[in-house]
Write a protein that binds this ligand. Structure first.
Ligand SMILES: C[S@@+](CC[C@H](N)C(=O)[O-])C[C@H]1O[C@@H](n2cnc3c(N)ncnc32)[C@H](O)[C@@H]1O
Length: 291
């Protein structure tokens, strides 16, 4: 059971195939189940890889449903709830970390032949879109009040830090209730990526736990997302104006001109509305300045 938001399991335990690339320790799944699965509840893993969660579930004697793309189930295309036959109390999803480890045609399937649904065979844009579809699918497969945990690591690529776990947090349609930081042991990248370079070693993954909102589905999410976007555009303008006014005072014409010269997709009327309603600035002698 989780008692701390930072966990470390130096031994992965005798669960699943430890030679399956990207496999995880079974101990984190044991802790997840002990923390979130109610007695008699159903545990689901739609991407079991080398079968770690399957072995964990068997050893704990719980009800479970475990599958993977290599078993014919595609989380990007197939409805998880329908495939399982009932809603789950807890879902564990250990997704590929984008293309860090390639699965179809490499870990399974015909050598060199990618599977079109394989999340690890997509470019970044396709991966982000498919990951969100997977999260919607998982959310809809969980009982209201139930939980799903997504284990995700971050990546360094050509000097850039790609924060896939933050992305999961933004893409999931339900509220985050726990963030478990798992210290990584024995990574393949330890021996390759960091040997000669002066780079900070990425030594953690995150297990993000979400609680399924009652009465929510993808259309509720779509409605809220539109509202959030509208608010974020207005907030963006307001915060930019506050920053600009830290440097000097401006007339409304000057401010509008400054913004539209570099960000022409904003509307003049919206900028003027934000100027009028912003509680942090005042109009003084024809000029706007910070209060
Ligand atoms: C990080 S691995 C899971 C490792 C597993 N937790 C273990 O300990 O062995 C990710 C898995 O996602 C699977 N996968 C990729 N795309 C998928 C999809 N569209 N639907 C279901 N599984 C998928 C891959 O086949 C791979 O086994």
């Amino acid at each position: 059971m989780f008692t701390n938001s930072v966990v470390s399991y130096p031994n992965r335990g005798n669960f699943g195939n430890n030679r399956y690339r990207g496999n995880c320790t079974g101990h984190i799944i044991v802790d997840l189940i002990e923390t979130y699965l109610p007695a008699g509840g159903l545990f689901v893993d739609p991407a079991i890889g080398g079968g770690t969660s399957l072995d964990v579930a068997n050893s704990m004697g719980i009800r479970y449903f475990c599958t993977d793309l290599h078993q014919g189930f595609d989380l990007v295309k197939d409805d998880l709830a329908k495939t399982v036959g009932e809603q789950a109390d807890l879902v564990f999803f250990h997704a590929p970390y984008a293309n860090m480890v390639v699965y179809s045609g490499h870990m399974w399937g015909k050598r060199g032949e990618p599977h079109e649904g394989d999340l690890s065979r997509m470019n970044d844009e396709q991966f982000v879109a498919a990951l969100q579809v997977c999260l919607f699918n998982i959310s809809d497969s969980v009982k209201p009040g139930g939980h799903y945990g997504v284990l995700m690591g971050n990546q360094r690529r050509k000097g850039q830090y790609i924060n896939w776990s933050s992305l999961v947090e933004r893409l999931a349609p339900d509220p985050l209730v726990d963030e478990i930081i798992k210290i990584q042991h024995n990574c393949v990248s330890d021996s390759t990526q960091y040997q000669q370079k002066k780079l900070v070693r990425i030594a953690h993954e995150k297990l993000l736990v979400f609680k399924k909102r009652p009465e929510s589905d993808v259309l509720t999410w779509l409605h809220h997302d539109h509202e959030a976007l509208r608010i974020s555009v207005t907030q963006g303008i307001e915060r930019a104006i506050r920053r600009i006014l830290q440097c000097a005072s401006f007339t409304s014409e000057q401010l509008v001109g400054l913004i539209l010269a570099r960000a022409p997709h904003y509307s003049k009327s919206l900028i003027l509305k934000v100027l009028k309603e912003c509680p942090y600035i005042i109009y003084d002698n024809g000029y706007f300045r910070l209060k």
